[in-house]
Design a protein around this ligand. Sequence first.
Ligand SMILES: [Zn+2]
Length: 227
Amino acid sequence: MLVINPIYLLLIIPVFLGWFAQWRVRQSYQKYMKVSNKKGIKGSEVAKALFSHHKLNIPILLTKRPMLNYYNPQGKTLHLSEKIAEHDSITSISIVAHEVEHALQDKQGCKYMVMRNRMAKSLAIMGQFSPLIFMWGIFFRNAIFIYLGIILLFGMAIFALISLPVELNASKRALQTLKKLEIADKEEIKMVATVLRDASLTYFVGAGQRIATFLFIVMILFMAHQI
Ligand SMILES: [Zn+2]
């Protein structure tokens, strides 16, 4: 009988959880993409209203790539997919409000946001290749690459953990601002909360994946030393 070492579950379970989170958030986005907000306010208009409320002067850059929506703290720009910017759906206002709140966090110097930005700069390229760097070290028995890979994997896990309060806070503020500016009524706020809650699943699962990968590597090395 094929027996799998339980530590491989650290790699397998997060993959399934990742698929589930992606599926869930896609379902939620699609469902509420079909529901227009009662005032018929488009995503780009929500962005302008929120920027004006927060006294922020941030350029909005549109992209044709679907679902590529983010605030860029380096360039101080808000990037929205045309699909989200030009739509008046609940999904649109939820995503836009969340991203605008990242711009406010940046302006206010939110400590986790500052830490995340600093880490993002140092991990930008190398962090993505950390498993490869580690594997290279193992394959060629190069201790420097092994330790560099471990340090980068650890950095990626910390980065994902620090991202959690930033993301949750942006969603919480998004709900408060939409309510305060009366862009969404009580019923719509509930739908926005569902979209943002489902999106937050991906942050939790992402952090879990990074931590599990780091633990897996450490345990593999520990076991290798035991043999
Ligand atoms: Zn976010």
